[in-house]
Design a protein around this ligand. Structure first.
Ligand code: C5P
Length: 229
């Protein structure tokens, strides 16, 4: 699926009817739908099932971050939904990621967030990470994720080149911070166009507001797909 259409649309809304309408509208125009905390915390598993009923693969983006046992047990509960992809934070550390990996059964791919695409170098420094080199920091976290046996990472388009050079090609890269050339960047700081991200080796492009905020979301998705050729 992602080979033919790498677009994963982020259904970021707390409104059930709006999310279902978007999912139906975008069916056939994107390859995957992403459910994040904004929607899942409002509508839980019932809301999830309503989107899954469209038949689209789902990336359940809840970014778990806690001690190893808590993450593993929380993840176990989420895996009953059988998402195509789900995720945790790589900064939870090697032991946490390994504990999470151990509870994954079935076809769900487990990936880890390296550094949020909304964080600039200064933000990361201010948060207490002892580095002014975000690229190196993201690569280190991607390597740790690989060492823990996870399937891939969520990373900025700007981190793709280093990850592709250092880790095997089958290590999945799911990439938010995607903005068509004429679109607003909103709160995202480490961004690239869809084509630049694919050319740098992205497997899946996570795109929210550039599609869901468009007057015609299906057309916006189709235009982005066309821009990749
Ligand atoms: O609207 P926009 O395209 O910025 O949406 C990006 C989506 O990707 C949001 O749902 C956000 O939670 C998610 N995401 C991100 N950066 C990460 C991981 C996930 O922006 N590192």
């Amino acid at each position: 699926m992602t080979k033919t259409n790498p677009i994963c649309v982020a259904l970021d809304t707390p409104e059930l009817l709006r999310a279902v309408a978007l999912a139906k509208m975008l069916h056939g125009h994107v390859g995957m739908m992403k459910i994040g905390m904004e929607f899942f915390y409002a509508h839980g598993t019932q809301g999830y099932e309503a989107i899954a009923a469209t038949g689209m693969p789902i990336f359940l983006d809840l970014k778990l971050h806690d001690i190893p046992n808590t993450v593993a047990q929380g993840l176990k509960a989420l895996l009953r939904l059988e998402p195509a992809i789900t995720n945790i934070h790589a900064t939870g550390g090697l032991d946490m990621m390994k504990a999470a990996r151990e509870v994954v059964t079935g076809k769900t791919k487990l990936i880890a967030v390296t550094i949020l695409t909304s964080l600039s170098n200064e933000n990361i420094w201010a948060a207490g990470f002892d580095t002014r080199n975000t690229d190196q920091h993201a690569l280190n976290l991607a390597k740790l994720t690989h060492e823990a046996g996870l399937d891939g990472v969520v990373c900025s388009p700007l981190d793709l080149a280093a990850i592709r050079t250092s880790l095997p090609r089958n290590f999945l890269t799911v990439v938010p911070g995607i903005r068509p050339a004429d679109a607003a960047s909103h709160d995202q700081k480490r961004v690239a166009t869809p084509k630049a991200a694919i050319d740098a080796g992205a497997d899946i492009l996570v795109i929210g507001r550039a599609i869901t905020g468009a007057a015609d979301p299906a057309k916006a998705a189709a235009d982005i797909l066309l821009s990749l050729q």
